[in-house]
Design a protein. Structure first.
Length: 381
């Protein structure tokens, strides 16, 4: 790969993917609040949100074929159009049950954009600067998620305006795609998501994807609920989530730079150890208004290490159609973990009280640490 920096194409890719992260940052809490205002039971509200995540599992079967045939740039365009269509359909059919298939399409389309965007960034990034490029892209993508709730606070939830704003942002994301040439297409066989194949040749990466989805969703999904159960004010409980995301955002670039110098597994292991310490300390610092925010920021940075470093390592080890296959397989396992994680946290809180949530996350993280150490020792023998 040429070491010349394809600045324009990289900017186009990041701008297009960020348009979706901003939109999701607005619509995910907005839709939950709308359903709650309709008197929808919390478990149905949760299932409605889960339908978006379940759609990601189907990406492993269809996404690689799309990217192999049309190229990552066109697939991002298809995904953006799908997100815009989904958002437009929601206010037309204001019914919780009709929203299930619409949100399924929304989840599939948005994940199509993110996965194709990750592949395209790894295609474009020069080898010596891959970590910095991936970290910078992750910084803006996480920033989009952080900006979304802030915009929603100004827009309010009394009308469909947040959805219309989201449609406008997504359509604006289509414009930069016209400013660069076509991305490459790939061999269809190489581009297939051969999950068991990649589990065999890259078990560390695949396990990292599953555990990241499991741990991140187990902690993130019920973090505001945990704050409320610990007698924090609603505003403070909601702020916990924002600080977590901001921590993940700020950790992207440093982790990307470190990924260029150190092995992926050792760096992911360091992030897992930081996350473990933060989760163990959380029950003791949750009521400390000064310490809880840097702790949550550090936890976000630690957990964010998994994805950023794994993405850099995938770009370093795999090329062409194999890069599509391994990225999609990674996302499939991440989504599998993300579907399971909230149920584990919810059950833990139900059976053991609020502090069971961070302790459950700590147990899962500790299991991941043992797996990483086992893999490192196996490679050394």
């Amino acid at each position: 790969m040429s070491e010349k920096m394809p600045t324009r194409a990289l900017c186009v890719c990041v701008m297009s993917t960020v348009s979706v992260t901003v939109t999701m940052g607005i619509t995910l809490p907005f839709l939950a609040l709308v359903l709650d205002s309709w008197g929808v039971d919390p478990w149905i509200n949760g299932l409605s949100a889960a339908s978006q995540m379940i759609a990601v599992l189907f990406l492993a079967f269809f996404g690689p074929r799309f990217m192999a045939r049309f190229g990552t740039k066109r697939v991002i365009g298809f995904g953006l159009a799908g997100v815009g269509l989904s958002l437009a359909l929601l206010p037309i059919f204001p019914n919780v049950w009709i929203w299930f298939p619409i949100r399924f399409l929304l989840g599939f389309s948005s994940e199509l954009v993110w996965t194709a965007g990750d592949v395209w960034i790894n295609q474009l990034a020069p080898e010596k600067k891959r970590g910095r490029i991936v970290g910078l892209a992750g910084f803006f993508q996480h920033g989009g998620f952080a900006v979304g709730p802030i915009l929603l606070a100004f827009l309010g939830t009394d009308s469909w305006v947040p959805l219309y704003i989201g449609i406008g942002i997504v359509l604006a994301g289509l414009i930069p795609l016209c400013l660069t040439g076509a991305a490459a297409t790939f061999d269809r066989h190489e581009a297939s998501a051969r999950i068991f194949h990649f589990l065999r040749i890259a078990p560390g990466l695949m396990i990292a994807g599953f555990m990241f989805g499991l741990i991140d969703s187990a902690v993130l999904s019920l973090l505001p609920v945990y704050g409320l159960r610990k007698a924090l004010s609603p505003d403070l409980a909601e702020a916990m989530l924002s600080i977590f995301v901001i921590g993940a955002m700020l950790g992207q670039i440093p982790m990307g730079i470190l990924a260029e110098r150190f092995g992926a597994r050792k760096l992911i292991l360091a992030g897992a150890c930081v996350s473990l310490l933060c989760l163990l300390a959380m029950p003791h610092l949750i009521t400390d208004a000064v310490m809880i925010f840097p702790l949550l920021g550090l936890l976000g940075a630690g957990l964010g290490t998994f994805y950023t470093v794994a993405l850099v390592d995938m770009g370093r080890r795999f090329k062409g159609g194999s890069l599509i296959g391994v990225t999609t397989s990674f996302m499939f396992l991440w989504a599998t973990g993300a579907v399971i994680g909230p149920g584990i946290s919810g059950l833990a809180i139900e059976l053991g009280g609020p502090d069971a949530m961070p302790y459950t996350g700590a147990v899962l993280t500790l299991a991941f640490i043992f797996l990483l150490i086992w893999r490192l020792r196996k490679d050394d023998t």
